[in-house]
Design a protein around this ligand. Structure first.
Ligand code: SF4
Length: 322
């Protein structure tokens, strides 16, 4: 399968009746691996400062299911969440994987990176001699990886971990590493966005990215563009309270400046998404989430302005509007 067809399938097929967007991903990967005698995508997954929501979302992947992803798509070499090994054994596995697959593995980072007090607010491993902080691990593994994927909004941009007053001085991975970081943002991420990105890396290398370094095939358009309530917005019919059928811009929806394909990809095995479930989009994929979206139920012009002038506004984001 050519890259264009793969991208088309990832982008468009969720609009089909069966919603089996990524059903084709695994078949494509298997064909590719067979024809090239290629292995799975080697992955080292580091969880740092976050709520663990992205690994839970990942476990909810369907078409392919989690077991199929692990057996057919990625070789999960290290994960402080999913692996059975603990303590020194786990650290040995990490060192061995990083050494043997130098320049070949994909580094997935889930969570923000605390910088204050030498990063001591997130320690990945402790030995008799030292504490290995999230920042230490990133500066060690980042230059050795073939690709770096920031999974979730905390890893991508700081997210909730870096929300005001950001007591731990948390930042996104891009602020620690001087190299390209592929941001797969979301709080949590839709499993399709993550699994689709991993498949793209294995099949074709890095995907086309938007101005926030997110794969354009998932984040290229705003939520507002495909929202089921868009006709109400265009006609100026706005909800007065939750539960009303009209557009929820009046109730704080930030869909017009949020890049994501939630309206047609949907969540939980492609069943539903916030606006369809009668709650406004809170812009969880945005660069300034959550501060730029709060208070969540206040309309856009009155939401909190960015605290510092230098903080980038989410409206800079890479999604195409309308
Ligand atoms: S403002 Fe929100 S609810 Fe209204 S059309 Fe846009 S995305 Fe949908």
């Amino acid at each position: 399968m050519q890259k264009e067809e793969f991208n088309y399938r990832c982008r468009e097929l969720s609009a089909g009746l069966d919603f089996q967007l990524t059903k084709y991903v695994l078949d494509t990967v298997q064909e590719h691996r067979k024809s090239k005698s290629a292995g799975k995508l080697p992955v080292i997954w580091i969880e740092t400062s976050d709520s663990g929501d992205n690994n839970i979302a990942f476990m909810n992947t369907t078409y392919p299911y989690l077991g199929q992803v692990l057996s057919g798509l990625i070789d999960l070499l290290y994960s402080n969440t999913f692996m059975a090994a603990q303590g020194k054994d786990a650290l040995n596995i990490l060192e061995q994987a990083a050494t043997e697959l130098r320049g070949k593995f994909t580094l997935v980072v889930e969570g923000a990176v605390p910088l204050k007090d030498n990063g001591l607010y997130t320690v990945i491993a402790r030995t008799e001699n030292y504490s290995l902080t999230a920042r230490d691990v990133l500066t060690w593994l980042g230059p050795l990886a073939k690709y770096v994927v920031a999974l979730g909004t905390c890893a991508s941009f700081g997210g909730v971990s870096a929300a005001r007053p950001n007591v731990a001085g948390s930042v996104g991975v891009r602020d620690v590493l001087k190299r390209e970081v592929i941001n797969v943002s979301g709080c949590p991420v839709n499993p399709d966005w993550f699994v689709g990105t991993l498949a793209h890396l294995l099949l074709f290398g890095a995907p086309e990215l938007d101005s926030l370094n997110r794969p354009a095939l998932f984040y290229g358009f705003t939520v507002h563009r495909h929202c089921q309530r868009r006709s109400y917005f265009d006609q100026g019919h706005f909800a007065e309270k939750l539960g009303d059928l009209e557009c929820m811009f009046s109730l704080g929806c930030v869909g017009p400046r949020t890049g994501a394909d939630c309206p047609y990809r949907q969540w939980i095995n492609h069943v539903n998404w916030p606006v369809r479930a009668n709650t406004p989009c809170i812009g969880c994929t945005n660069e300034d989430f959550p501060d730029g979206s709060s208070p969540f139920f206040t309309p856009l012009p009155e939401k909190n302005p960015p605290p510092h002038e230098e903080q980038p506004a989410a409206s800079k984001g890479g999604a195409k509007g309308e």
